[in-house]
Design a protein around this ligand. Structure first.
Ligand SMILES: *Cc1c(COP(=O)(O)O)cnc(C)c1O
Length: 468
């Protein structure tokens, strides 16, 4: 990589603006209410089953939906598509070493590819994996490898109204009690996520990461980071944690990662690419095993599931993602939407998260029982109103207990308005806010849903519903 983005100087007293201008546009189409009602019923009231052509503003996810820069696109033309030892792999390795600080890199097609390998590598049947709230694919791979997941996030994370600045933190007393109960031998690693997606995009403080590291070290347990949105987490540390206000996001990220033994990564989020991920490790023996396993499930250890051009785009995306102006505008846009909704009295998770605004569907629809899928119903009403596509993060996403097969009943029943990076304008946020406010105004008439098809794994992706 010859050139890299200009290092940034934080300038926090002025309003932010995007540190880029638009060069290519993709037209989008507004549908009619009748078209949307039809599309929604065809999709079984599941926004994952809508066709993208029927969506106006797509806030389903920030995963793989970011816009790449001209520098990344230029890198795509420099793809070295050799089967083995592509030069782009070495660029990627260099970028991860430089910005995340880990030594050994196993590329994978996306985050869950890395989660699969990590779980296979470290988990034995009967183990327990503690984590600061579950994530859907992460927990599933832990369970498929024979472990059960134990939530050790601070209690405030389950309360949408708590204003604590670091609601992603691990409850250290709960973690210590868990270690005493099941024994360190049965804890293959602590699964630390930053930021915590299911809690509403809430960050972990540096002090907490350091304390988790210290506690884990005393017991000889590894800490594995879900680094999917660790750059956004680093930005919140810069904004909220004493002693970090004058440090760059890049410096904070590297310190944060230094308290962990490795990470799984979905490059489709922070790293500004449409596909890609990695498993990073510092232990060379573990790396040898991981680089052997990856050839079984993903591809050779110098490409995983990616082409050379994908690896180049991700290497460049990593360098861009840690620039202070980039991350300030990225999180700033999420905050802009969140504040607009708060001003209109719409109930949502506070503080506003790093990648998304999470509507509190329980507060929207107090008349609906959780088994009537209030968040799923809300996402459907929002799409019907304006063509804005969001997603459910509540009882559908939480799935069933792997042993009893009963529904998990998460205390958070949320709809996520997820903002892709560098894609939409402030006007798109205004249109979205208007629609949410209108749907909130019609809340008393809202009806719940009945699940009519339930897939076995990660049901939220493909489940189908009917309106009650
Ligand atoms: C998206 C995501 C993953 C999984 O990554 P994929 O690239 O979608 O496979 C894991 N953890 C978190 C927190 C995520 O948001």
């Amino acid at each position: 990589m010859k050139s890299s983005p200009v290092p940034s100087t934080p300038n926090n007293h002025r309003v932010w603006a995007e540190p880029w201008k638009v060069k290519v546009v993709e037209p989008i189409r507004m549908t009619t209410p009748a078209e949307r009602t039809q599309a929604l019923s065809n999709a079984g009231y599941n926004t994952f089953l809508l066709r993208s052509a029927d969506v106006y503003i797509d806030l389903l996810t920030d995963s793989g939906t970011s816009a790449m820069s001209d520098w990344q696109w230029a890198g795509m033309m420099l793809g070295d598509e050799a089967y083995a030892g592509s030069r782009n792999f070495f660029h990627l390795q260099e970028a991860i070493r430089q910005y995340y600080g880990y030594q050994y890199i196993v590329p994978t097609h996306q985050g869950r590819g890395a989660e699969h390998i990590l779980a296979k590598l470290l988990i034995r049947s009967g183990d327990t994996v503690p984590g600061n709230m579950y994530f859907t694919t992460t927990r599933l791979h832990q369970e498929l490898a024979g472990a059960s997941f134990a939530d050790v996030i601070v209690r405030a994370a389950h309360d949408p109204d708590s204003e604590l600045p670091f609601k992603g933190n691990v409850d250290l007393a709960a973690l210590e009690a868990l270690i005493a109960r099941v024994g360190a031998r049965h804890i293959p690693y602590i699964s630390l996520a930053a930021t915590v997606n299911m809690a509403g995009g809430q960050p972990v403080s540096m002090a907490n990461a350091r304390a988790v590291h210290e506690l884990a070290r005393q017991h000889g347990i590894r800490v594995m980071l879900d680094a999917t949105r660790a750059v956004e987490n680093a930005y919140f540390i810069q904004q909220r944690e004493a002693g970090y206000e004058n440090r760059s996001v890049a410096q904070i990220l590297k310190e944060f990662c230094s308290y962990t033994d490795g990470c799984t990564m979905s490059g489709k989020k922070d790293a500004l690419v449409n596909i890609g991920g990695w498993l990073a490790l510092n232990d060379s023996e573990l790396y040898d095993e991981a680089s052997n396993l990856v050839v079984v499930y993903e591809g050779l250890h110098t490409y995983g599931g990616m082409s050379g051009r994908d690896m180049e785009a991700m290497a460049r995306g990593i360098a861009e993602s840690v620039q202070d102006e980039h991350i300030r505008a990225r999180v700033g846009q999420v905050e802009y939407l969140g504040r607009k909704l708060l001003e209109a009295g719409v109930p949502l998770v506070r503080p506003i998260g790093g990648h998304a605004v999470y509507l509190d569907a329980r507060a929207f629809y107090p008349h609906l029982d959780q088994e009537q899928f209030p968040a799923q119903a809300l996402a459907a009403y929002l799409y019907e109103d304006s063509g804005v596509r969001a997603m459910e993060r509540g009882i559908v996403s939480a799935g069933r207990d792997s042993r009893t097969h009963r529904n998990h009943h998460p205390s958070l029943e949320l709809v996520r308005l997820t903002i892709p990076r560098r894609v939409y304008t402030q006007a798109h946020m205004d249109v979205t806010a208007e629609s949410v406010v209108d749907v909130y105004g019609q809340r008393a008439a809202a009806r719940g849903l009945r699940m009519v098809y339930e897939p076995r794994y990660l049901r939220f992706f493909q489940a189908r519903f009917e309106r009650l």
